[in-house]
Design a protein. Structure first.
Length: 238
């Protein structure tokens, strides 16, 4: 039970994790280590970034993670060619009712996107938006504006999570998100060798559903990727 959870309270555990293509800080491609980290966390919903999704010349890491966890997998490729597919993904133990993808590509920058899923969490549908924003501040601002235009479900709990690539605590990207979401505490998650930056973020609406947030810091998660997973706990429907 998390520190702020009351006895007998049902909760949801939701995590975001940039898996770095399943390449660890030792330079080894090791999808099984990512799967083992997911097993350590045992979340109800995972939002994953930088996931190899297969292709004629590339491995499908998501298939490995799905097999290891037994969870339902949804993919949201930002790069989609016959040779290589790559991008965002969601893993969940709950039924997925609807899936949408949003192209957040900005000019000639690296392709970006958001994976937007309606997930039935024991009778209550949560809207989970997993994303990985761009490196340039102008790019992130445009992408956030595009994402915010899509939130037209006020009656549904909404979680926006992923690697927002915002290096500054008071960056414009974060200030804009405050107008629509409750800002969850953002402990440092990158790089795992010596975490200096809170690149990985979780935002929620309504804010009163939040119980707490934590970084999953273990010997395995330190080496499996260059980002630590970020976990949030929420109250579930009664």
């Amino acid at each position: 039970m998390t520190p702020n959870a009351s006895a007998g309270q049902r909760e949801l555990k939701i995590a975001t994790y940039n898996v770095h293509g399943a390449v660890g800080i030792d330079g080894k491609f090791a999808p099984q280590r990512i799967g083992e980290v997911l097993g350590e966390i045992d979340a109800d919903i995972f939002a994953l970034q930088e996931v190899p999704l297969g292709g004629s010349g590339a491995p499908n890491v998501l298939e490995t993670l799905q097999r290891m966890t037994g969870l339902t997998a949804v993919e949201g490729p930002t790069l989609d060619t016959p040779a290589r597919r790559y991008g965002n993904a969601v893993l969940t133990r709950f039924p997925v009712r609807a899936v949408r993808t949003l192209d957040l590509s900005f000019r000639s920058r690296e392709p970006r996107g958001a994976l937007d899923a309606d997930i039935d969490c024991d009778g209550e549908v949560w809207r989970v938006v997993a994303t990985h924003l761009g490196l340039a501040s102008s790019e992130r601002r445009a992408q956030v504006e595009q994402v915010l235009q899509c939130f037209d479900t006020p009656a549904m709990p909404v979680i926006l999570l992923g690697d927002l690539n915002e290096w500054f605590v008071h960056g414009r990207t974060l200030r804009r998100l405050v107008t629509h979401f409750y800002r969850v505490d953002a402990p440092r998650t990158f790089p795992t060798r010596y975490p200096l930056f809170a690149l990985d973020r979780i935002w929620v609406h309504p804010g009163e559903r939040l119980i707490g947030v934590e970084v999953h810091r273990t010997a395995l998660s330190r080496i499996a990727s260059d980002h630590y997973p970020l976990i949030a706990h929420f109250t579930a429907a009664a």
